[in-house]
Design a protein around this ligand. Structure first.
Ligand code: ADP
Ligand code: MG
Length: 633
């Protein structure tokens, strides 16, 4: 953490910043220069959080507020000294807290985050915005920052002064007298003196504090005296009627709750009245947070009860697959002393969770319908999280399925553009099923031999290349009354779509005619396959391996293997394309080693196309080269 050396003065101590903080300071000062006014948002946000926290603890200990019951925020500047001060009368910090909170970064995943930084300024500045820079952003505009603080409930003599010049160190010392709460004093850099200008400051403060539920005060224009006036509405944004709130205000509030620089893609603000009363304001972020896939990542909504802030990260109000949603919920019914434990088993909360989940799904459906481009951006960031909902939230499956997007043989490129409804609308006359194929990547799916016949018949196939797809598709049966059909499994069921030319030689008959060949191949492959049969799905490839409808796929097998499980080895069916020259050649090759070699080669090829790897690549290459060598003779 930090190391301290007491200095001669007795109570002053010097500490080194945590290594990550040092790195953050260095990067931030350089990469956020062009957005440097954001420091003010962060500091006002912290002041507001501090007031929120005091109001919360004062529920149980009203005496904490007694000396100064009204919670406020003050912004002041001194043009001559080039200082800017942001002060609150909230919770404050003890000396130990100042050292811990202003010297380290407590967020989970911090180390991983720093590993992801590239050194490319533009990329890093976007990442840093996503990480949430917080207090340290003060150093973008200040070459020295002082924090004077006193914890609520402590005597006036228990204050602390924290100071740093961002040179890798900070100092802390006791103060003889301090007010309740925290004052952050910025000593502005030469090129940042504009922030001590009343006009510039006022416009920024208004922008960054209008949605905040406490009065933010500035000195009256042109007066050096004690006359302060509020510059914001001092009404929490979500308590105001929707019709009175502009997009900019919603966006600004998003930055406050989400600690995200980027704009949200959508939001939904609702007041529920009647048996149950609450207000929610939910946002869909524009991009995934850096810790979206981390188990211990922070998630959840900010919870308020009757306008009083209760807690951050209340996870009980949305399911895990909607963990990227940011926002607040303000309940009129929950008790003010509600705890996390209580939230977990409260029927009221359960009902709110169901309603909020619906609300989010509706918001996403609306976004998909009204703003498909934004929805495409959303899907790119969060699609794989939404897919989890298929399994996690079976009750809403009918709402989640229309939100899915897939790459398709119908579309150019591998972007997932096709919704199931698009697919169904494009289905061919006589087509009964929704065909899909899953491979390691979308490219591999597109080139898969399993869909050759479907392509030839002009039947659209959904192309999937994500690890989760196998698992997701295992959960769903149908959409809009049409069954899903994995092109790599069982019978293709082409039904009315079957090739009229094939009709003359039904596979049964073809099988009968080629009984000898099929038997010889089965003998050559032995226990590797369950059966050898004539294929209806191939046009270009000589052979493929087909799983039974409920066999584990090789993808799923790999996932299980990675978790240490060894699933039973299922035996695939080996399907042959009788029209292929290699298969015809096999038919005319006498039994013996050449026949076996060629059969094994076709088998390995099929395995390669199916799973992307084979058991013994060295042997495969030697076999291939031996046969090629014979050709060249
Ligand atoms: P965050 O606000 O996301 O926690 P910050 O970097 O903005 O991160 O702040 C770090 C911590 O410093 C806060 O969590 C809080 O504990 C403390 N802090 C910052 N500003 C204040 C303040 N005005 N009053 C009390 N504590 C504060
Ligand atoms: Mg903060």
């Amino acid at each position: 953490m930090t190391n301290a050396t007491e200095n001669a003065a007795g109570n002053a101590a010097r500490h080194g910043f945590q290594a990550e903080v040092r790195e953050l300071l260095r990067l931030m000062i350089h990469s956020l220069y062009s957005h440097r006014e954001i420091f003010l948002r962060e500091l006002i946000s912290n002041a507001s959080d501090a007031n929120d926290k005091l109001r919360f603890v004062a529920l149980a200990q009203p005496a904490l507020l007694a000396d100064e019951p009204e919670l406020k925020i003050w912004i002041d500047y001194d043009k001559d000294a080039a200082t800017l001060t942001i002060r609150d009368n909230g919770i404050g910090m003890t000396r130990d807290e100042a050292v811990a909170h202003l010297g380290t970064i407590a967020k989970s995943g911090t180390a991983e985050f720093f590993q992801r930084l590239t050194g490319d300024q533009q990329k890093d500045s976007a990442l840093i915005g996503q990480f949430g820079v917080g207090f340290y952003s003060a150093f973008i505009v200040a070459d020295e920052v002082e924090v004077l603080s006193r914890k609520a409930g402590e005597p006036a003599s228990a204050g602390v002064r924290w100071a740093s010049k961002a040179d890798g160190e900070f100092t802390v010392e006791d103060l003889e007298r301090a007010d309740r709460g925290t004052a952050v004093v910025l000593h502005l850099k030469d090129d940042a003196k504009e922030f001590a200008d009343p006009w510039r400051l006022r416009s920024l403060v208004t922008r960054y504090s209008d949605h905040i539920g406490f009065p933010v005060l500035m000195r009256k224009e042109g007066e050096a005296g004690l006359d302060w006036e509020p510059v914001n509405q001092a009404k929490a944004l979500w308590t105001r009627p929707r019709s009175e709130i502009g997009d900019e205000e919603y966006q600004e509030f998003y930055r406050h709750v989400a600690h995200d620089f980027a704009e949200p893609l959508a939001w939904s603000h609702n007041k529920v009245e009647g048996k149950r009363e609450y207000t929610s304001l939910l946002y869909v972020p524009g991009r995934a947070p850096f810790d979206l896939w981390q188990r211990d990542a922070t998630r959840g909504l900010k919870l308020y009860v009757r306008r009083v802030f209760i807690m951050d990260d209340a996870v009980q109000f949305l399911p895990l697959y909607l963990r990227f949603i940011r926002g607040i919920v303000d309940s009129n019914d929950l008790p003010l002393n509600v705890s996390r434990e209580l939230l977990q088993r409260d029927a009221e909360v359960e009902a709110m969770r169901a309603a909020l989940t619906r609300r989010v799904l509706d918001m996403l459906a609306k976004l998909a319908k009204d703003e498909p481009e934004k929805y495409a951006a959303f899907w790119k960031e969060f699609g794989n999280v939404i897919k989890e909902g298929i399994a996690e939230d079976a009750g809403n499956r009918e709402r989640i399925l229309p939100l899915l997007r897939f790459a398709s043989t119908h579309d150019e490129g591998n972007e997932p553009k096709t919704a199931l409804a698009d697919y169904v609308a494009r289905m061919k006359e006589g087509q009964a099923k929704i065909y899909y194929v899953i491979a390691e990547t979308v490219d591999a799916a597109r080139g898969s031999p399993y869909i050759e016949k479907l392509r030839e018949r002009g039947v659209e196939v959904l192309l999937m290349g994500d690890r989760v797809d196998e698992w997701v598709m295992g959960q769903v049966r149908e959409f809009d009354g049409k069954q899903f059909k994995d092109a790599a499994r069982g019978d293709l069921d082409l039904g009315a779509l079957a090739d009229p030319a094939d009709a003359g030689t039904p596979t049964d008959e073809a099988a009968k005619q080629n009984e000898g060949l099929l038997k010889r191949i089965k003998d050559a492959l032995g226990e590797r396959v369950a059966e050898v049969r004539v294929s209806t799905r191939l046009t270009d490839s000589p052979a493929c391996l087909v799983l039974a409808e409920h066999d584990l796929s090789s993808q799923l097998r790999k996932i299980l293997a990675a978790t240490g499980q060894t699933p039973p080895e299922g035996k695939p069916v080996f399907e042959l394309n009788l029209a292929h020259p290699l298969v015809q050649r096999l038919d005319t090759t006498a039994a013996g080693s050449d026949f076996d070699e060629l059969a094994l080669l076709l088998f390995d090829q099929a395995r390669l196309a199916e799973s992307g790897s084979i058991a013994n690549p060295g042997e495969f290459v030697r076999r291939l080269n031996r046969l090629l060598g014979q050709l060249m003779r």
